[in-house]
Write a protein that binds this ligand. Structure first.
Ligand code: ADP
Length: 619
C-alpha cells in the first residue's frame, strides 16, 4: 500500500469546495456520470482506432445505492485507470490552476460554485461534498492490475491493489450523515433524471436490498432488474427529416410534463459557425401570467448544464420550452464567462434569428393556422420585438393585428385599406371590445377598421412601433382618443364654442374639460368624450408601475356636434337650471359611450334620467 497527499493547495481548497457547493450539492452526480461517459467514449475511440481490443460488453453505467453499507457506487465500463493514471489524473492534475481558482473566485457567490468546480477539472472532487470516504476501484483496458484509491477527505489518500476484475471504474461514496438522503433510491433517481436524462450512455439505477425471506413453498423473489433512467438518443440529435410530428409531441410531453399540445416547434440544427442542436416549442399560453413558466434546458453533449440560462437563450425566448445542446460550451461555465463571451452572443443571436424566421415562414405558408394561434403567441412576439430590435426587424412581416370584426391584418394591410394619403398613418384600436363597442361602431360606420390591442404589453408595444417606425409616421389612437375621423372639416363659431364650454364646465363641475364644436359625420350623435392618447398611455403606465398614487388626471375633451339640433338649441339657451340638466345629461351619455360611469356619477345619472322621464309624461 502506498500513501500520498493530493496536492499542495488541497487543504485550502476542500473546505471552499464544500462550502460553495452547499446549495447545489447534487451536481456531484452529474460530474461522476459524465466522467463515466467520457471514460466509455475514450474506450470506444481506442477500439475504433484499433488501439484496444473490443469486447461484446455493451456500454453502461450503473448507479447502485446500498443503504445498509451506506454507499452509493458509480460503475462504468470505460477505459479505466492504471495506478499511475490515478495518481496523475486524480491526485495531481486535478488541482492545476486551483490557486488561481481560490484567489479569483473566493469572493463570488455560492451559487456560481457549481460552474467553477468543473472549470478547473475538479469534477471528481465534488464527490467529497457528500462523502466521508471515497474509494475508486479501477481496472485499465490494458493489462495493468486493478487498483484501489481511498481517501477520506480528498487530501490524503492510500493506494492498494483492487479485486476489480472487469475493465472500468467503480467509484464508491460512503455517504456522510448529513446527506443520507442520497441513499434513497427515489432521490438518486430523480437527481439522475434531472441531470442525466439524455446522457449518451445507458445509465441504470438499482439498490442493494436485503432479500425478503421467501414464504413457505415459494421461490425466493429475485431482486428487481436495474432500470435505465436515460434516453441516449434524444430527439434533438436526430435530423429534422427523421422526426414525425408525433415524435415531437411525445418528446414534449415527456420532457416538460405538459399535456397541452405545443403550438409548433423549431428544430435547431447548426453545424456552422457553431455546433448547436435543439428543439424549441411554442407552448400554448393561456394568459399572460402563465407565460413565464417556460423552460429551456441547456445541454452540452447531452449533459444537462442548467435551465434558463439567459446569456445563451435571449430572455424573451424563455417563454418557450425546449432543449438546446451546445457541445462547444464547456460543461461547467460560470455566468460571468457566458456574459462576456462573443461566441455565446452569436449563439443567442442565431437562436433569435431562427425563431423569427420560423414565425415568418409559418405566416407565409400557413397563414390560416398562424392566425389561429396568434392570440396565444402575440404577447411573446411583441415582448421579443421590444427587447430586441433585430428580432423585430426580422419578424416584422409576420406581425399581425386582430380587428374587431375578427380579421387578422398586417400593419401594411391596415394602412392600405384605412388610411388616406395623410402623412401620419393613424391606426385606430380598442382596448376593450365591449366597453368601447359604441365607439367602435362609429368607426366601422365610417368604413374604418378598428384593431384590438387588449393585453398588458400592447401599450409598450405601440409606443415602440411609433418610435421605431417614425420615418413611416405611424400613430396608434384608441377609438376614444380623438374625434378627427368622425368629424367633418368646417368653420364653427368661436363664440358659440366658448359659450358651450362655460355651460358644460359648470354642469360637469370640471374646470379642466376642453370643449370643441365640430360638425359630425354621424348626424344623430350629440357629443363624444375624447381623452388624449399620450396622456392616457402615460397615466396607465405610471399607475401600473407606480401604484394608484401615481394616477394623473386625464386630459379630456368634450366634442359637440355642431349639426345636432340639441347643440344648436344649447347655443341659444339661457344659463339656467334647465340648461344645466341638459348639459349634464349630454356629458354623461357621451362618457358612457366610452366607459361605464363611476359609481357616484351613475347614481346622479339614474336619478336625473328618472326625473326627465317623469317630466315627459307630465307635459
Ligand atoms: P475533469 O473530468 O474535469 O477533467 P475530474 O476531476 O472529474 O476532472 O477528473 C480528472 C481526470 O480523472 C479525468 O480527466 C480522467 O482522466 C480521470 N477520470 C475521472 N473519472 C474517471 C473514470 N470514471 N474513468 C476513467 N478516468 C477517469
Amino acid at each position: 500500500m502506498s500513501k500520498g497527499i493530493v496536492s499542495i493547495n488541497a487543504e485550502n481548497i476542500m473546505p471552499v469546495i464544500k462550502q460553495w457547493l452547499y446549495s447545489d450539492k447534487d451536481i456531484f452526480v452529474r460530474e461522476l456520470i459524465s466522467n463515466g461517459c467520457d471514460a466509455i467514449r475514450k474506450y470506444r475511440w481506442l477500439v475504433s482506432n484499433n488501439q484496444a481490443e473490443g469486447d461484446d460488453a455493451p456500454d453502461r453505467i450503473d448507479v447502485i445505492a446500498d443503504r445498509e453499507k451506506g454507499t452509493l457506487t458509480f460503475i462504468d465500463n470505460g477505459i479505466g485507470m492504471t495506478e499511475e493514471e490515478i495518481v496523475k489524473y486524480i491526485a495531481q492534475v486535478a488541482f492545476s490552476g486551483a490557486s488561481d481558482f481560490i484567489t479569483k473566485y473566493t469572493e463570488q457567490s455560492k451559487g456560481e460554485g457549481a460552474g467553477i468546480i468543473g472549470h478547473f477539472g475538479l469534477g471528481f472532487y465534488s464527490a467529497f461534498m457528500v462523502s466521508d470516504k471515497v474509494v475508486i476501484d479501477s481496472k485499465s483496458y490494458t493489462d495493468a492490475p486493478a487498483v484501489r484509491w481511498t481517501s477520506e477527505d480528498g487530501m490524503e489518500y492510500e493506494i492498494e491493489p483492487s479485486d476489480r476484475t472487469e475493465r472500468g471504474t467503480a467509484i464508491t461514496l460512503y455517504i456522510d450523515e448529513e446527506d443520507k438522503d442520497f441513499l434513497n433510491l427515489w432521490t438518486v433517481r430523480s437527481t439522475l433524471e434531472k441531470h442525466c436524462a439524455f446522457m449518451p450512455v445507458p445509465i441504470f439505477v438499482s439498490e442493494v436490498a436485503k432479500p425478503e425471506e421467501p414464504k413457505e413453498g415459494e421461490e425466493p423473489k429475485k431482486a428487481p432488474e436495474p432500470q435505465q433512467i436515460n434516453d441516449t438518443h434524444p430527439l434533438w440529435m436526430k435530423r429534422p427529416n427523421e422526426c414525425t410530428d408525433e415524435d415531437y409531441k411525445a418528446f414534449y410531453r415527456k420532457v416538460f410534463n405538459d399535456f397541452e399540445e405545443p403550438l409548433f416547434w423549431i428544430h435547431l440544427n447548426a453545424e456552422y459557425p457553431f455546433n448547436l442542436k435543439g428543439i424549441l416549442y411554442f407552448p400554448r399560453i393561456k394568459n399572460e401570467f402563465t407565460a413565464s413558466e417556460g423552460v429551456i434546458k441547456l445541454y452540452s453533449n447531452q449533459v444537462f448544464v442548467a435551465d434558463n440560462i439567459k446569456e445563451v437563450i435571449p430572455e424573451f425566448l424563455l417563454l418557450l420550452k425546449g432543449c438546446v445542446d451546445c457541445p462547444d460550451l464547456p460543461l461547467n461555465v460560470s455566468r460571468s464567462f457566458l456574459q462576456n463571451d462573443g461566441y455565446v452572443k452569436k449563439m443567442a443571436a442565431y437562436i433569435t434569428r431562427k425563431v423569427a424566421d420560423r414565425l415568418v415562414s409559418e405566416f407565409n405558408t400557413k397563414r390560416e393556422d398562424y392566425q389561429r394561434y396568434w392570440d396565444d403567441i402575440h404577447p411573446f412576439v411583441k415582448y421579443g420585438c421590444i427587447k430586441d430590435e433585430k428580432f423585430y426587424e426580422r419578424v416584422k412581416p409576420a406581425l399581425i393585428y386582430k380587428t374587431t370584426s375578427g380579421e387578422y391584418v398586417t400593419l401594411d394591410e391596415y394602412i392600405n385599406k384605412n388610411c388616406d394619403t395623410d402623412e401620419t398613418k393613424t391606426v385606430y384600436y380598442a382596448s376593450d371590445e365591449k366597453r368601447q363597442a359604441q365607439m367602435i361602431r362609429l368607426y366601422n360606420d365610417q368604413g374604418k377598421d378598428v384593431i384590438l390591442l387588449d393585453t398588458l404589453i400592447d401599450n409598450n408595444f405601440i409606443s415602440f412601433l411609433e418610435y421605431t417606425e417614425r420615418d413611416g409616421k405611424v400613430s396608434f389612437k384608441r377609438v376614444d382618443a380623438a374625434a378627427d375621423s368622425l368629424t367633418e372639416a368646417g368653420e364653427v363659431s368661436e363664440d358659440a364654442r366658448k359659450k358651450l364650454e362655460g355651460l358644460f364646465r359648470k354642469a360637469m363641475a370640471d374646470e379642466q374639460v376642453e370643449v370643441q364644436l365640430k360638425p359630425f359625420k354621424d348626424d344623430g350623435l350629440i357629443a363624444m368624450i375624447t381623452v388624449d392618447e399620450q396622456n392616457r398611455r402615460f397615466t396607465e403606465m405610471s399607475s401600473r408601475w407606480g401604484g394608484p398614487d401615481m394616477k394623473l388626471p386625464e386630459k379630456r375633451t368634450l366634442v359637440l356636434n355642431d349639426k345636432h339640433p340639441l347643440v344648436k338649441w344649447l347655443q341659444a339657451a339661457e344659463d339656467d337650471a334647465h340648461t344645466e340638466t341638459v348639459c349634464a345629461q349630454v356629458a354623461d351619455l357621451a362618457e358612457m359611450a366610452r366607459q361605464p360611469l363611476v359609481a357616484d356619477r351613475m347614481v346622479d345619472f339614474l336619478k336625473r334620467s328618472n326625473e326627465l322621464l317623469t317630466q315627459l309624461i307630465e307635459k
